[in-house]
Design a protein around this ligand. Structure first.
Ligand code: ADP
Ligand code: MG
Length: 695
């Protein structure tokens, strides 16, 4: 075989060829080196696996076995049963939801590791267990070690015969060919100071862990590399940004600003004040502001953003406030239009569902400078929108926007100040990972008088009692949200569920109450009218899909019912809970779960009911989802990590950040010295892609 090295095209590796090579390249694995950096998603330790015969009801265990057979069971609810056997017995695995999809996944003879809670129904079974394919008919040498690596897979890889097992085989071939020749790229002083495993060994141990400790040391080393790389990118981004100068720095707040501030119906909380001070300092400074404002739902970020916008206007500029939903944009606009107008500031609304004529007028008024503050959705970033002098951009609920959308708005001005806001609170060290290039302000306190929302979760069987209780509350003047999930995949079904839920409430459960329905498919004006009625207490109950998840503010609504709570993520549940308990009355949130509920689902709901601390929720959410889970990470706006876990690797993160700062200083003196960070790490190109938003 010809000589192979890191840069050899993947198709020349024995066992690959042009067809598999193409599919691998499409997954970012176009060279032998990148294959070696294609690390397992997790490891299964065979010595910690239980025997099927030892399982008892309610155990939460992992077993490894082979698929002995499968079949769809009809009658009642259709479900998929897969029989899994090991040397000691067999177990039945059941899927209700998505059984068609799962049926295609399993073949007789597949070896699986399965984790879940054991239940008993005509024999032991697990409902919707987590599972991993760990091999097929074993190829002794490389597949039967004690610790079995499990590789990330996709349907496309599967189609060309690339399973966890065959990937392991390819990696073995690649390691045999280049294994000893992996060139260390980290400077020796870092390796020594941090006591890092050498690169060759680390790569080997990641794929063929000899024992858990060595594998952990290897992972530590590569997580360090990944975080170092990220931190270095963030450093350079931050410095690039700070080099620029604004055309117009603001003056200290004057009369317009202070008049509005004095006329607010409440006093700012200490956290709001402090954050506002940071923002004013930034806006007065010559360098553009690049700040993250974080605060739990209901902490009052909006008013801080509005005050920043007023400062921009007072200094002769325009401000844009972009939010993720039309409902929220409208709400901000309605709430602030009058008070702003009184101070001589004109505001406008730009959202997709406005009629073309109105849109044209608003766009013209923005271009001429007639509108000072625009509220809107991503409609604001469409090509036709131009500003006369955009000086401040605010992005609310920033984790809902892609990085590209965020920078597009800023590009409509010349070095505008930027403020991004998030209600998904992020642990401090995590904020460093994510926003290493941003300055961060936090509102740690809530407006006075707020009490934590009482939260419980129940199975749907008791829904009748819950509605009875709520009816009593409505009698006392309370109002309730009833939320149905909206998952893109099955949007039609979900809308139907919401509509049916609405029908059932109006016709059967509470025919004597006034009930409204809103979801994304209802025309904007009708939707607004309904929300306004609810706001004005002309409706008792608002049935909604998750369109209300973000931001809307109805102070009198004290009750929240979340249908199919098992389908929501923790942070999402927490955001919804933020809708209630905004008035003086204590809020109540009831999460309703429908069978079957996975173990993770159950843990999520238990955690949700156990705390209202947004920081704890965010942490638990990341942990429960696992960093490998693309969507979990995206929700928080985190880059997609290959190896590092931003929650559990915070120590490594801090070390990496220190080195990145040092290296960046060296880099400004001699870029040659830090070349390795940009070169070798093509393997971490995932980070670069996520950080395209370089200011
Ligand atoms: P979020 O941070 O979730 O965006 P909002 O800005 O929507 O929170 O504020 C939630 C509610 O609290 C609004 O009704 C707002 O008027 C009110 N609010 C904001 N700041 C204060 C304050 N300092 N005192 C009392 N109420 C406040
Ligand atoms: Mg908000």
């Amino acid at each position: 075989m010809a000589h192979l090295d890191f840069t050899t095209d993947i198709q020349y590796l024995k066992g690959v060829g042009p067809k598999r090579g193409e599919v691998l390249a499409a997954h970012g694995i176009d060279t032998v080196g990148k294959l070696l950096f294609y690390f397992p998603r997790k490891y299964i330790d065979r010595s910690e696996v239980d025997e099927i015969s030892s399982l008892r009801e309610n155990d939460y265990k992992t077993v490894v076995g082979k698929v002995l057979g499968k079949g769809l069971l009809r009658g009642g609810k259709t479900r998929l049963e897969v029989i899994l056997g090991d040397d000691t017995g067999h177990l039945s695995l059941m899927w209700f939801a998505g059984y068609r999809y799962f049926e295609k996944q399993f073949k007789k003879g597949d070896e699986l590791a399965v984790t879940g809670t054991v239940t008993y129904f005509q024999g032991y079974q697990m409902l919707h267990p987590e599972f991993e394919f760990i091999g097929g008919d074993a190829d002794e040498q490389i597949h039967t070690g004690r610790i079995v690596p499990v590789y990330p897979l996709t349907a496309e890889l599967n189609k060309v015969g690339l399973t966890s097992r065959s990937i392991r085989k390819l990696i073995k071939t690649a390691l045999d060919a280049v294994g000893g020749n992996v060139e260390e790229y980290l400077p020796p002083e870092i390796i020594e100071a941090e006591k890092l495993t050498g690169l060759s060994e680390a790569i080997y141990e990641m794929h063929y862990p000899s024992e858990t400790e060595a594998a952990e040391a290897a992972r530590h080393r590569l997580a360090f590399d990944e975080l170092l790389h990220l931190q270095f990118l963030l450093q350079s981004r931050k410095h690039k940004f700070k080099q620029k100068e604004k055309l117009h720095a603001c003056k200290q707040p004057g009369k317009m600003f202070t008049t509005i501030l004095d006329q607010l119906p409440f006093k700012l909380t200490p956290g709001q004040k402090k954050s506002l001070d940071h923002i004013i300092d930034d806006m007065v400074s010559k360098r553009p502001m690049n700040r993250l404002l974080q605060g739990d739902v209901g902490s009052g970020k909006t008013v801080v953003a509005i005050l920043a916008a007023i400062l921009a206007v007072e200094n002769g500029g325009q401000a844009a406030i972009m939010v993720p939903t039309e409902i929220l944009a409208e709400q901000h606009y309605k709430n602030w239009k009058e008070p702003l107008a009184k101070a001589g500031i004109s505001s406008g609304l730009l959202i997709g569902s406005i009629k073309a004529k109105g849109k044209r007028e608003t766009i013209a008024a923005l271009a001429s400078g007639e509108i000072n503050i625009i509220f809107g959705t991503h409609a604001i970033i469409s090509k036709t929108v131009e500003f006369s002098d955009l000086r401040l951009v605010v992005i609310d609920e920033q984790h809902r926007f892609g990085v590209m959308q965020r920078s597009k708005l800023a590009e409509k001005g010349d070095q505008p100040d930027r403020l991004v806001m998030t209600a998904t609170p992020i642990p401090r060290t995590l904020a460093l990972t994510l926003y290493g290039d941003l300055d961060v302000s936090t509102i740690p306190d809530m407006p006075p008088g707020r009490q934590p929302v009482k939260t419980v979760w129940r199975f749907s069987s008791v829904l009748g009692d819950i509605y009875k209780y709520i009816d009593g509350e409505i009698e006392k003047g309370n109002q309730a949200f009833v939320i149905f999930p909206l998952v893109e995949k099955s949007e039609k079904l979900d809308l139907k569920a919401a509509e049916e839920g609405y029908k059932e409430l109006t016709e059967k459960i509470m025919p004597h109450r006034k009930i409204g329905l809103v979801h994304g498919r209802i025309k904007a004006d009708k939707r607004d009218a309904t929300i306004e009625q609810f706001h004005d207490r002309k409706l008792d109950v608002l049935v909604a899909t998750t369109v209300i998840e973000v931001g809307i503010d109805i102070p009198n609504a004290g009750i929240l019912i979340i249908q199919h709570a098992e389908r929501f993520g923790l942070s999402q549940l927490h955001q919804m809970r933020g809708r209630v308990g905004r008035g003086s009355r204590r809020g109540l949130a009831v999460a309703i779960a429908y069978h079957p509920v996975s173990d993770i689902g159950r843990r999520r709901m238990e955690y949700f009911a156990s705390t209202t601390d947004g920081f704890k929720i965010a942490e638990a959410d990341l942990e429960l989802r696992g960093p490998g889970e693309f969507f979990g990470i995206r929700q928080h706006g985190l880059p997609e990590f290959r190896i590092a876990n931003p929650v559990t690797d915070q120590e490594i993160l801090i070390r990496a950040r220190e080195w990145a700062e040092k290296l960046y200083k060296e880099h400004t003196r001699d870029a040659e010295k830090t070349r390795f960070l940009l070169n070798h790490t093509a393997v971490f190109s995932n980070l670069q892609a996520d950080l395209i938003d370089v200011a």
